[in-house]
Ligand binder design. Structure first.
Ligand SMILES: C[S@@+](CC[C@H](N)C(=O)[O-])C[C@H]1O[C@@H](n2cnc3c(N)ncnc32)[C@H](O)[C@@H]1O
Length: 296
């Protein structure tokens, strides 16, 4: 399968999540949110946590920035907030469904590049390139090399995303690049660290909410559907169970093992806001250029 088709079909989960989030939660955010200590951890408050997160993100845009490229912009709600704060914003969105939503929301105010970031081609240059929970979907080297080529001189990269911690125990939660590998990789690029904040504590409660929804809504609904099939079509039900036994067991392990909790999130993940500024020369270090080659 062509690379972009493969990556887009891998994102189908994000699109389904987006449709559910818009319909059930009336939220146009596709991230964990930021739980302040005074906010009760309840699904009814998720939208508030998500708006908090977006405000937190906007408050970390450094002075002097005017133009922003929002990579993996989801529904475009963060881009909209950036507009309201006075920035000029373009968006990258590989999902046809989400791209159409962004165009509806932002109209002519923003150009939406409907493609994978890795495949983006434009002469535009930006003061800041933003990855809000989209960095995890792109190979770090590809994301960083591409970003170098799209930044104006002295521009910034702002990543707010989940990374994997190194733990002695088997990591029970999928997703995110290994944090240590990320630091190793970015140290080879001409970027200087401006800010590195750990917001795992403030994002973890969302996993408890997801775990609740899986166990209180999704699982009982799936059990009822299975019971219905067993009663009405016993032979077909047995055949399906046999044919898909491996997949069924994988889904059970992934979603219903009880591992998706805030506690495990804090143990296995590190959710970070990372702001770097493009630097021309970092002494004694090989420099990776925008086409990804090393300049010694
Ligand atoms: C978890 S959502 C985050 C959406 C939004 N940034 C937010 O914070 O609400 C991940 C986003 O990354 C996008 N995405 C996934 N892979 C991508 C890639 N290779 N290039 C650009 N965007 C990508 C998805 O389409 C989706 O919009």
């Amino acid at each position: 399968m062509h690379k972009s088709k493969k990556a887009v079909s891998r994102n189908i989960g994000v699109e389904i999540g987006a449709i559910c989030s818009k319909y059930f939660l009336k939220s146009r955010h596709l991230h964990y949110g930021y739980w302040t200590s005074d906010l009760e951890v309840d699904i009814a408050n998720l939208r508030i946590a998500q708006e908090n997160y977006a405000r937190f993100l906007v408050s970390h845009i450094p002075p002097g920035v005017k133009s922003i490229l929002d990579v993996g912009c989801g529904f475009g709600r963060i881009a909209e907030m950036l507009f309201d704060a006075g920035y000029q914003v373009d968006c990258v969105s590989p999902s046809p469904y989400l791209s159409s939503q962004v165009r509806q929301l932002l109209g002519a105010r923003s150009h939406v590049f409907e493609c994978l970031y890795e495949e983006l081609e434009t002469d535009n240059r930006y003061d800041l390139i933003l990855f809000s929970e989209s960095f995890q979907y792109i190979k770090p080297q590809e994301a960083l090399s591409k970003t170098l080529g799209l930044l104006k001189e002295g521009g910034y990269i702002l990543i707010c995303d989940i990374f994997k911690r190194d733990t002695p125990d088997k990591n029970l939660l999928p997703g995110g690049h290994r944090l240590k590998t990320f630091y190793d990789i970015i140290s080879q690029y001409p970027f200087e660290l401006v800010e590195d904040l750990d917001i795992t504590e403030q994002t973890a409660p969302t996993l408890d909410i997801a775990n609740d929804a899986l166990n209180e809504v999704v699982r009982p609904s799936a059990d009822l559907a299975q019971q219905f099939l067993n009663d009405r079509y016993p032979l077909m039900s047995r055949c399906l169970k046999f044919l898909y036994r491996k997949r069924i067991s994988k889904i059970g392990e992934k979603y219903f093992s009880g591992a998706k909790t805030g506690e495990n999130f804090k143990k296995f993940k590190s959710y970070r806001l990372l702001l770097y500024r493009q630097a021309d020369v970092i002494a004694d270090r090989p420099r990776v250029t925008s086409d990804g080659s090393l300049e010694v």
